[in-house]
Design a protein around this ligand. Structure first.
Ligand code: DGT
Ligand code: CA
Ligand code: CA
Length: 586
């Protein structure tokens, strides 16, 4: 639970440091934050077991960051952070949420225009004061205004990755109570939606009072909105709300169906039940029988209800004449029609992935050695990992040029000889230049087994030009896949303008795959695009964009994304074995 809080503080310390001195010291905090953010294990447990020493053993955590973690666990705060925050004249947290604004630019804005917060920033951008400042181009103002709108729109919702690790820790605790007979998440989180408004949990228990008491007293609860025997609602430390509902065994499936939503899906499902003269609610599916007039006179005197389903979700769906519908599909975008016609897709499963397709080592901007990446991939149960260090011209990613790429290929050969049970595939993530050409020469690209093309510069282009840029890249015979194809960052940066259908057509013709980037901050492609790709039989790969070992488990988020886009195993190329994968891209 504390992992995310500490990560958040570390990110901010990094910004504060940069604001003050623009030093490399901030890197250590960013790195540690990234590790904490994606760690599955509770950092507090690690500390309790082995103290400072154990903390420092975690790759990416050093002396300074370990000490701060210790301080936070012991005292609930980090003094350095509080001091920096107090000294800092601006609301750095809010301002850095605006895409394109980092500590350096914020410093300029403060010095020149006394901008302290979002409101100041919006005003300055609207009155045209920012354009001429150092480091700000002509279009900065419109970009800033758009970005502010984007930040405002996303407020109050949490990224799925964050919400998942929080709910798992809560479910873990509740599950251990002997009073809890069964437990499940529900709501948008169970549907694996990209962003989560609040958490919903259902349990079966015959002692709801005890369960609810435990729930509202958990240390991560900062506010109790409501406490009852069937529903309690709390706010957690990180600002997320959580609802817990206790239901009866015979209603569990019906409640799960109801509280998983989506609301739109439920409305349609209920209509279908109605047509069959059935009543569906959170307690079950009921047959409604007319009573004879002599049979009593209560409020429901002419109706009599008989429960025909409710225990499991499957039972509920089946009772109204539908097959079970996976939660990720429950959006009322055609899934019920498909279910009625027996045309539901057989979704890719969470265990179907056989290799990581997107990884960066310390040769470019990753934190890990190639060998360690391979070992971690093996631990994930994969057969292969594609090493795709940045290649091209981007300095901030420490991109490889042709010479270093060739050297790296030799290195991979050596490591592959040494390792067993895992294969490193030679790849690269090559910058796509403004004109659509690739930043690495063809003869070197030809030596690679897998080439991602990616747009990392000049995002603001007209739809026509950007589409043309990508098409030209796709038409390069050495390019195998487009990485994070739309460029969006969740709650941070909107996708660039693109004629996506056109891209799909050209991709199909050239047998070029599209990546579903599984990184929690990207999830790019979006579900609607995945569905279009599936319909047009354009193949995809899922990659987590590993920069640190802790990214690898984010594969789950990418698979969820694929499932919400109706993708089957056959649509996703890294469900294939090593040999089949290599063969496809030959
Ligand atoms: P969120 O929390 O905004 O990310 O989205 P959900 O889907 O988790 O929504 P939430 O937490 O308000 O409610 C959980 C589920 O309960 C929702 O997906 C469907 C069901 N539900 C809630 N309110 C209604 C309602 O007024 N009508 C229907 N049919 N279902 C509802
Ligand atoms: Ca919810
Ligand atoms: Ca809720």
């Amino acid at each position: 639970m504390k992992n995310l809080e500490i990560a958040q503080i570390f990110y901010q310390i990094a910004e504060f440091i940069e604001m003050n001195e623009v030093s490399f010291r901030s890197r250590a905090y960013n790195k540690a934050a990234r590790v904490l953010e994606s760690m599955e294990i509770n950092i507090e447990e690690i500390y309790n077991q082995g103290g400072l020493k154990e903390l420092k053993k975690i790759s990416g955590i050093g002396q300074a960051t370990a000490q701060k973690i210790e301080e936070f666990i012991k005292t609930g705060k980090i003094k350095t952070y509080q001091k920096l925050k107090k000294e800092c004249p601006v609301d750095l947290e809010k301002l850095t949420a605006v895409e394109g604004l980092g500590a350096r630019k914020i410093k300029v804005l403060y010095k020149e225009l006394s901008i302290r917060n979002l409101k100041d920033l919006e005003k300055a951008a609207k009155t045209g004061k920012i354009g001429g400042l150092e480091g700000f181009g002509q279009k900065s103002e419109t970009n800033i205004l758009e970005a502010i709108e984007f930040v405002k729109a996303g407020q109050g919702r949490f990224p799925l990755g964050t919400a998942l690790s929080i709910i798992r820790q809560i479910i873990n605790k509740l599950e251990k109570l002997s009073e809890v007979k069964k437990i499940s998440s529900a709501g948008s989180l169970r549907r694996m939606k990209e962003t989560i408004g609040d958490l919903d949990i259902l349990v079966i228990s015959s002692q709801p009072k005890k369960v609810m008491n435990f729930f509202v007293k958990m240390p991560e609860v900062i506010k109790i909105w409501a406490q009852g025997l069937t529903k309690s609602s709390v706010r957690l430390k990180n600002g997320l709300d959580c609802d817990l509902r206790v239901v009866k065994k015979e209603s569990f499936g019906a409640a799960l169906q109801y509280f998983t939503g989506s609301k739109e899906h439920n409305i349609l499902v209920r209509k279908i039940a109605k047509k069959k003269k059935l009543k569906l609610n959170e307690y079950g599916v009921f047959l409604i029988k007319e009573k004879t007039p002599t049979q009593g006179r209560g409020p429901d005197h002419e109706m009599r209800r008989e429960r025909i389903a409710g225990k499991s979700e499957k039972e509920v769906y089946n009772a109204i004449g539908l097959p079970y519908i996976e939660p990720e599909l429950r959006t009322n975008t055609g899934e019920i029609e498909a279910a009625l016609n027996n045309k539901l897709p057989e979704l890719i499963g969470y265990k179907d992935i056989k290799g990581e397709t997107h990884s960066h080592s310390d040769w470019s901007d990753g934190d890990e050695k190639i060998e360690d990446l391979a070992k971690a991939a093996k631990k994930m149960g994969y057969q292969y990992i594609v090493l795709t260090d940045h290649a091209g011209f981007l300095k901030i990613t420490n991109a490889l040029d042709e010479k270093r790429l060739l050297k790296q290929m030799d290195e991979i050969d050596k490591i592959n000889k040494k390792l067993s049970g895992i294969k490193i595939i030679k790849g690269a993530e090559v910058d796509i230049k403004v004109d659509g050409s690739l930043a690495i020469k063809d003869e070197v690209l030809a030596k690679l087994d897998f080439v991602y093309g990616a747009i990392h510069s000049k995002f603001k282009m007209s739809k026509k030009d950007m589409t043309q840029r990508l098409i030209r890249a796709i038409e390069n015979p050495h390019l195998d896949a487009i990485a994070h194809p739309t460029g969006r960052m969740i709650q941070k940066r909107e996708e660039y303008l693109l004629d996506f259908e056109q891209i799909l057509k050209v991709a199909k013709k050239n047998r070029t795959a599209l990546e579903i980037n599984a990184h929690a901050k990207r999830l790019d492609l979006k579900d609607i695009y995945i569905r279009q790709a599936v319909e047009m039989s354009v193949k995809m790969v899922i990659g987590t964009d590993v920069h640190h070992l802790s990214y690898m488990p984010m594969m789950e988020l990418g698979i969820a994304q694929a499932r919400r886009g109706w993708a089957s195993k056959k649509d996703i190329l890294n469900t294939r074995s090593f040999i089949e994968f290599i063969k496809y891209f030959k």
